[in-house]
Design a protein around this ligand. Structure first.
Ligand code: NAP
Length: 553
């Protein structure tokens, strides 16, 4: 690195020890940089440390949802096709030990503020550990703080009056909670809630599910990992990773124990029978693959309506009570929200100890000492109340830190109308600050470990250019982030997604600007944009300049 860096405590400080942070530490150390990772949790793992609620598991195949490091990926044996949270956490600890990264990670240390020092062209950081503040300086700052990491805790009146046990899906006690014989209530019926509900129902005395919005679930069909399948993937990893990176969808190319890369085909013009045949195959294969069947299923109203009918029929078949089935059939078009992959979720409602309560029709009035009271006066007695109410997605983690760029500009001021970035990587006026798997990146529409690996390599190339320029300070122009924000918006705008309230649209957090939080144009397009910016002599970036509104493009 350039000489000036030596006057900083670190070349790079990375915040967060999830997939992104671990990748950054490994690759940046290999590049000879002085890197330190700070993590607020007492463990590495990021989302897989925090989300340890009953039933938490990944719904992209673990063989795909893992770090694409050629020297490592054949050496870990997954026990299940869709790994559970404990196995994912073990995997991440194994990676950290195997790559000898542990000495580069400081746990239980939270970044509280970061201020750009324009004279020294680097960052002054304040971190808190065990109640005391520590200060560090770094040339570059990488926020690998996760797309889905800041919990959404709705302000429900009376929550503090509850005398039973109150839990949030994102902060489950490490020691576990014994739910046997208890009256349990779950608020939230999306990916986290679905996993909790289907897992705890057989153990609890009574389960009350408070549903505001039903979601379209499809079966995961998890199974013990077939050894010959794992071996085949290990033997073919190079080709599989290439296909994943070439995938315009979620980056998953394995479907039902076979390789099934997305084909570029549309559903419009096909008969209902033809569409149903394809969806039936995918329903049986398991995993979140219905959306990958036809590229227009998220755009074409007619094709999407057929998918609605297909899935509605499935719910009616699976749920005994027609009235319960009716409540479980969503109103929004399929795939306009993240569809949960489930394991007997719908069948759970056939159990005599499970009750579905529609809190859109009869909203929660308040929480009381012994349960939940609805507006109608209905009173649901509970021993345990679980909130599975999600996250402030995308921008939430960065905005929870006091970040000040050039001239003291705060990130919350700059993002007052929503996150604005170039490529989800940088934001104007905050030089030398990078986001991994951040807002407006493809993270939540692709595979976060794969995206993180690409972004870290890309950032390293940018840093090399800076080193060569002799002026290691980089910003992005206001025009470039305007352009990227429009691209992100236009891609969602060409689909049915904006019609539905979801965290994809920032609509789950009161007061949050209603805007797409992620790039949904597919990884190949993202890579193209990123490479174009790089090849055009870092176009859209501002190297060594003082005024971020000036573009080199
Ligand atoms: P989410 O998708 O935001 O769902 C939150 C749930 O809480 C929704 O049902 C929501 O209802 C409900 N809710 C929120 N505030 C409420 C309120 N004030 N009153 C009543 N209901 C309220 O959060 P999530 O389930 O944690 O999932 C977030 C994302 O994390 C997923 O989409 C996925 O990307 C990831 N995730 C993945 C997995 C996996 O891989 N298997 C598992 C868990 C999570 P409304 O819909 O009406 O707002």
């Amino acid at each position: 690195m350039v000489d000036q860096s030596d006057s900083f405590d670190f070349d790079v400080v990375v915040i967060g020890a999830g997939f992104g942070g671990i990748t950054a530490l490994h690759k940046m150390r290999q590049a000879g940089l002085r890197v330190r990772v700070f993590e607020s949790a007492p463990s590495v793992g990021g989302t897989w440390y925090w989300n340890r609620y009953p039933g938490a598991r990944v719904d992209i195949e673990s063989l795909e949802y893992s770090l694409p490091f050629p020297d490592l990926q054949r050496d870990w044996q997954w026990s299940e096709k869709y790994a559970s949270q404990p196995e994912l956490l073990s995997y991440m600890n194994w990676v950290v030990d195997r790559l000898e990264l542990r000495d580069g990670i400081e746990l239980e240390t939270r970044l509280t503020s970061a201020a750009f020092d324009s004279e020294r062209e680097g960052w002054n950081l304040v971190l808190e550990r065990a109640g005391s503040a520590r200060e560090f300086t770094t040339r570059y700052l990488l926020l690998a703080t996760g797309f889905l990491s800041v919990p959404n805790v709705p302000k429900i009146p009376g929550l503090t009056d509850f005398t039973g046990e109150y839990l949030h899906s994102t902060a489950w006690p490490e020691t576990g909670v014994n739910l046997a014989g208890k009256r349990v209530g779950v608020l939230g019926t999306a990916a986290s809630g679905v996993q909790i509900i289907q897992t705890v129902a057989p153990t609890v005395e009574h389960l009350t599910v408070f549903q505001r919005t039903a979601n379209w679930c499809s079966p995961l069909r998890n199974q013990a990992m077939p050894p010959e399948y794992q071996k085949w993937v290990h033997d073919n990893y190079e080709m599989i990773r290439e296909l994943e990176y070439a995938s315009p969808g979620s980056g998953a190319v394995l479907v039902g124990n076979v390789l099934n890369p997305p084909k570029d085909r549309v559903g419009a013009g096909l008969s209902r029978e033809e569409l149903y045949e394809e969806w039936e195959l995918r329903w049986r294969a398991g995993g979140p693959h219905l959306g990958r069947s036809y590229s227009d299923v998220i755009r074409d109203r007619e094709v999407n309506a057929h998918l609605r009918d297909f899935l509605s029929e499935k719910i009616r078949e699976l749920v005994d009570d027609p009235e319960t089935a009716r409540k479980l059939i969503p109103v929004h078009p399929p795939l306009t929200r993240r569809p949960p992959g489930d394991t007997n979720y719908y069948q759970t409602y056939n159990r005599p100890n499970v009750e579905l309560v529609d809190v859109k029709a009869d909203p929660i009035d308040r929480v009381v000492e012994d349960g939940v009271l609805l507006k109608s006066g209905a009173h649901h007695q509970l021993d345990v109340f679980v909130l599975a109410t999600g996250f402030d997605a995308g921008s939430g983690a960065a905005l929870s830190i006091d970040i000040r760029g050039r001239g003291g500009l705060s990130l919350s001021e700059h993002w007052a109308h929503g996150a604005r970035t170039q490529l989800g990587l940088m934001t104007s006026g905050f030089p030398n600050l990078f986001f991994l798997n951040g807002a407006q990146s493809p993270g939540v529409h692709f595979s976060p470990p794969l995206l993180g690996a690409f972004q870290v390599e890309y950032i390293l190339r940018v840093l090399e250019e800076l080193e060569a320029s002799g002026r290691p300070v980089i910003d992005v122009s206001l025009e470039s982030e305007e352009r990227w924000t429009n691209i992100v918006g236009d891609i969602y705008g060409a689909t049915l997604i904006p019609e539905t309230d979801s965290w994809w649209m920032g609509a789950n957090i009161p007061g949050k600007p209603r805007r797409p939080v992620a790039f949904a144009g597919g990884f190949p397009a993202y890579r193209r944009y990123a490479e174009e910016a790089f090849d055009g002599k870092l176009s859209g970036y501002v190297v060594g300049a003082d005024t971020p509104s000036v573009s080199t493009a």
